[in-house]
Design a protein around this ligand. Sequence first.
Ligand SMILES: Cc1cc2nc3c(=O)[nH]c(=O)nc-3n(C[C@H](O)[C@H](O)[C@H](O)COP(=O)(O)O)c2cc1C
Length: 129
Amino acid sequence: MPALVVQAARCNEAAGITGALATLEDDFFQYLEGTTAALDALLLKLLADPRHSDLKVLERRAIPRRMFGDWRMAHLQWNADTEAIFRSFSPDSRRDLRDIDPSTCAAMFRAWLALLEGGGPTLKDMNLR
Ligand SMILES: Cc1cc2nc3c(=O)[nH]c(=O)nc-3n(C[C@H](O)[C@H](O)[C@H](O)COP(=O)(O)O)c2cc1C
């Protein structure tokens, strides 16, 4: 588990934020859920973090309920399973997170979540659930 994810999970628990972080080589792709105030505060921190650049908010909207309700920060690594899901949503794209259609992001994270949920207790523990 990268230190970044451990740190994020710890901070997110305190802030009531849940979600997932997908990593693909040098790119990060994150799904976050929380109150408007908590998300605004986190966005300011993320924008100021020198560990990444070119941060782009793809979609932001009200949701009826949390999808990652008990995941402080699930970590999704790029592998055959996660890539197959990515491909099913973006069949024509290169292997590039920047090619993703923003309107499909939430659905893609939902599919990745199903993968995590099916991963058994070890995967759940690893993910600081
Ligand atoms: C790709 C990436 C994702 C991050 N995700 C989170 C997150 O979900 N929650 C969080 O609190 N910090 C996250 N961070 C770290 C923040 O940018 C910041 O370092 C952290 O919130 C600590 O800030 P503080 O010590 O000033 O409170 C992330 C950083 C990177 C590079």
